[in-house]
Write a protein that binds this ligand. Sequence first.
Ligand code: PAF
Length: 302
Amino acid sequence: MPKVVILGAGAIGQLLYWQLQPLTPQLLGRRPTPPRISYQHLNGHIEHQAPRYLQLTQGIDADTDLLIVSVKAHQVTDALLPLLPELPSHCAILLLHNGMGPHLDVAAHTGTRPLLLGTTSQGALRQKLWFVRHTGHGITHIGQYTGVPLSQTIRHSLLRTLPDCHWQQDILTALWQKLAVNCAINPLTALHQCPNGALAAAEFQQQIIGIISELQQVAAAEGQHVKQNELLARINQVINLTANNQSSMLQDCRHHRQTEINAINGYVVVRAAAHGLTAPLNHDLVQRILALSPSSEQFLGH
Ligand code: PAF
């Protein structure tokens, strides 16, 4: 059985910890060890546990086979890079966050170890610091980005243990598709202070088409050919399936937390510039979200 450590005890980190119980994972975080953590299943049943928890200052176990990094995109490099010298050389790393970008920095430091990327549409909400509620079914896609091929044992353990989890040969395509969903839903719901379902109104559809047509050109320049009508259908499906939800960016803005705008629309703008393109609609959304965000947050593309 592979030894799995989850770095980051936010809503998704805690959800994965509970779902991966058959593998007896460990949580790794900044906070002191909590005496008890709790989990509410989709059916309402609540479980409690004294967690297997390691504080970052205690270091990481030398027999770790897989480190799942579930901190927010803007925290990935600061959280992960200092740990790399401590990780055994065979240990695989899985980055699982909204948005794109950190994989480019991280891959420059991970050498031959398997670097996996993933995306999940499972819903999780932290009721309290150490109480997470599973709020919705969702699909998880995982695939390998760089390094020597991942061991079959780890791959099968993940696919068997996580609900609706699939291996994706070309994980970047799945990430660009998810990025399109986030580029449309997150900033528009945050700016209009509305639940996801409000974006089904006709007035938003033209705007969404503009956002994804810029994204599609940038993705094509990166060798990812995603179709605009498929992206639009996928976005509208998520809008309908999550109609009553508040997007993560709306919640971040409401709580005056740093948003993930740099890893979402900001990533499109930065990659556009790398290919001599522009993405003015995405750029405008970045600026408008930053105007609502804590003053410390800046556009990383400048
Ligand atoms: O960030 C979010 O809120 C979610 O990824 C999504 C899919 C936009 C639904 O709210």
